[in-house]
Design a binder for this molecule. Sequence first.
Ligand SMILES: [Zn+2]
Ligand SMILES: [Zn+2]
Ligand SMILES: [Zn+2]
Length: 329
Amino acid sequence: MKKIKILFALLAVVALLACSLNVFLGVFAEDHAQIIVSSVEAERSSEVTVSVSLANNPGICAMVLSINYDSDLELVDAKDAGLLNGPTLGNNYKTNPYTATWEDSAAASDNSQNGIILNLKFKVKDTAGVGLHPVSVSYSTDPSDMEIYNLALDFVSFDCVSGGVTVVCNAHVPAAAVQENVLPATCGATGSYDEVVYCSVCGAEISRTPKTIDATGNHTPGEPVNENVVPATCGQNGSHDEVVYCTVCNTEISRATKTDLATGNHTPGEPVNENVVPATCGQNGSHDEVVYCTVCNTEISRARVSLARMYSLRWQNRYLKPYRCCCCK
Ligand SMILES: [Zn+2]
Ligand SMILES: [Zn+2]
Ligand SMILES: [Zn+2]
C-alpha cells in the first residue's frame, strides 16, 4: 500500500515537470513560421535600414506583404534581398502601407530558406520624437486571397513580429532657451530667472543658467494718505503726515508733515455755577456763572453774581417785620 502511494507521488512530480517543460518550450521554441521586422536604433533626421526576414519557413513559392510604418518615418528605398524569387517592389515609396510581392511562377519546389527577404531604408523625420516608431508587416489571412502559398497552392500561415526604429538622442540638439522660475523685478528689488536649454529631440535639460533682472527703479506713486493725525481743535492747531507710497512695492516715496489750523470758534455750553456762597438771613450770597466750550472745554466766560441776603418775617404787634431767622441767630 505504501509503495503505491509513493508511486503516485512520483507520477505527480513527473507530470508537473512535463507540464513545466511544455511551458518552457512554448516560450522559447519559436517553431512556428515567422515574418520578422528588425528593430534598430537611429538618430533623428538620419537614414536607417530595417530588414524583413523569414524564420521557420515551411516552404512557399509566393508571398504578398503589406508594410505599415510610423508617420515619423519616411520610406526612401526598398531592396529585395534575393532570398525569394520573382520580386515585385513598387516604386512609390510614399504609399503606406507599401506592398512587396514575390511570385516564383517557374518554381520546381517550395523555397524554405530563412533569412532576410527585404531591406527597407527609412529616413527618420526631423520632427520625430525619441522612442519606438513601429514598422509592421501584414498579409491577408483569408486563404482565398492567396497572399502566401506553396507549390500545392495551399495557404501558408506565418506569425508577424513587428519591429521598427527607436529614435535615440546621442547628440542633444539645443532648442531655443526658455525662462523658468521667473521672479519679476520691482521698482526697488532685482528679479531673477533660470535660462534653460532643452534638447529639441529628447527633451533632456542641456543647461540651466541663473540670470538677474535689474530693478526698474521707477516707483509708481499712489494717492497720498494721512498718518499720525492730531485733530485741530477750537484753540489748538492739529497736524498730520501726508504720505505717498509706491503702489507696486509699497515703498514710502515721500512724507510731509502738515499743520491743521485751529478753528478758533468755541462752542459755548450751558452756564454752570461755581464758587457758590449761599445767601443767609444776615449775609449776601454769591456764585460764578461760568461758560465752557463744549468742544475743547476752554473757559469762555466767568461772571460773579451776588445774591441778596434773606430775611425772615414775623408778626409783631400786628406788623409783619423782618427778623433774623432761627438758623442765623
Ligand atoms: Zn537629446
Ligand atoms: Zn516701487
Ligand atoms: Zn473750544
